[in-house]
Design a binder for this molecule. Structure first.
Ligand code: SF4
Length: 354
């Protein structure tokens, strides 16, 4: 590994990012948690808004979880927001950030990678990091064709061996930046690579690392209802644990029976429903097809079937609620104000006597 060449390239070419321009353990923690499974250009506006709302770890620790989830809304993988909030509270309870990797790893949601990133980038410690980008660069440099999941320990040992003393912050970020911009998964730009000379995989980079075969994701269907009343929309709050915990959504359920879903989960009787369309959303474990209906119901809404709460929310306030990306997509299907039920394909039955 030609660390001096890699460091020189990084210092000349790295992209400007808000968490790189001003560095602190708190900013590194927030950015690294946000960057888990999310692209840099998606994260930047969320990070900047988050820093305005919660400029310090104390501000985040003091904020109610509901508000944190609102600011996270649309970023996905909401357990990250809950863990981040828990980590901020743990840091404040301990009187400050831990001073080593072991202490950092004890924080909720902080694994070896995030702990290494905070320790090296924000605390200046000689600690390695290995993320997906670093794995790819390393496997190509070493011509290691195995699945990185099977050689974790070897990758971490090699990353520690490569670390130039006292320069872990820039070196780690350089490896990650190289993987993100030059040594990319498809068509790496080897001719522009600062560590090309020592690369054992340069003649066939596509062979490294081994590509794992992904198992087919199971599919499921669900129904959801847009229920309006006097400029308000009925939203239901999901259970405090499990998928999309604590977020608000259009009332509905797994399966294709809207009638049964509304009765079981919000205590309402379906009067009329018009399908607006189907949203397909891919979770890490499930591909979910949700059919959204504009609907009219009878009865008084109440939380049931696992929901924590139901609320008639003024339409202008819906956007500010803690909503998942899936719910935002389902809402878009009904974004045209509808006061008169549509008739084609509508499911109709007589209104119950009042
Ligand atoms: S030479 Fe090519 S394969 Fe090797 S590290 Fe550089 S970009 Fe990756």
């Amino acid at each position: 590994m030609d660390a001096p060449s890699l460091l020189a390239w990084y210092r000349a070419h790295h992209r400007s990012m808000p968490w790189r321009d001003i560095v602190s353990p708190y900013r590194t923690l927030v950015s690294e948690i946000m960057l888990q499974q999310t692209r840099v250009d998606t994260v930047i506006p969320y990070f900047e808004r988050f820093m305005k709302d919660f400029p310090t770890v104390d501000a985040l620790a003091e904020a109610p979880l509901e508000r944190v989830l609102e600011r996270w809304s649309g970023l996905g993988y909401y357990s990250r927001a809950r863990n981040l909030h828990g980590a901020a509270r743990a840091v404040v309870a301990e009187g400050g950030f831990p001073k080593d990797v072991e202490g950092l790893r004890a924080l909720p949601g902080v694994g070896p990678y995030t702990a290494g990133a905070i320790a090296s980038i924000a605390l200046g410690l000689d600690e390695a990091v290995v993320d997906g980008n670093v794995e790819r660069v390393m496997c190509r440099q070493m011509a290691w064709a195995e699945d990185p999941k099977r050689i974790k320990a070897r990758l971490w040992d090699k990353a520690r061996e490569w670390l130039p003393a006292g320069q872990a912050a820039d070196f780690n970020q350089a490896l990650m930046e190289l993987g993100a911009t030059v040594c990319t998964p498809l068509s790496p730009s080897c001719l522009l690579c600062p560590i090309r000379a020592g690369c054992a995989g340069v003649h066939a980079p596509d062979r490294y690392p081994a590509k794992e075969k992904k198992a087919a994701v199971p599919e499921a269907v669900a129904v959801a209802a847009l229920l309006r009343s006097e400029g308000r929309l009925l939203l239901a709050r999901r259970p405090p644990t499990g998928l999309l915990a604590g977020l608000w959504e259009l009332p509905g359920a797994l399966g294709d029976d809207l009638d049964a879903a509304l009765a079981a989960r919000v205590g309402l009787s379906l009067v009329e429903a018009t399908p607006l369309g189907t949203v397909t959303h891919v979770f890490s474990h499930l591909r979910l097809h949700t059919t959204v209906y504009e609907a009219r119901t009878a009865g008084v809404a109440r939380a049931d079937g696992g929901y924590q709460e139901v609320r008639w929310v003024p339409s202008a306030d819906v956007d500010g609620m803690a909503l998942s990306t899936l719910t935002r997509r389902t809402l878009r299907l009904g974004s045209a104000p509808t006061t008169t039920p549509r008739t084609p394909a509508a499911k109709r039955r007589p209104a119950p006597p009042s």
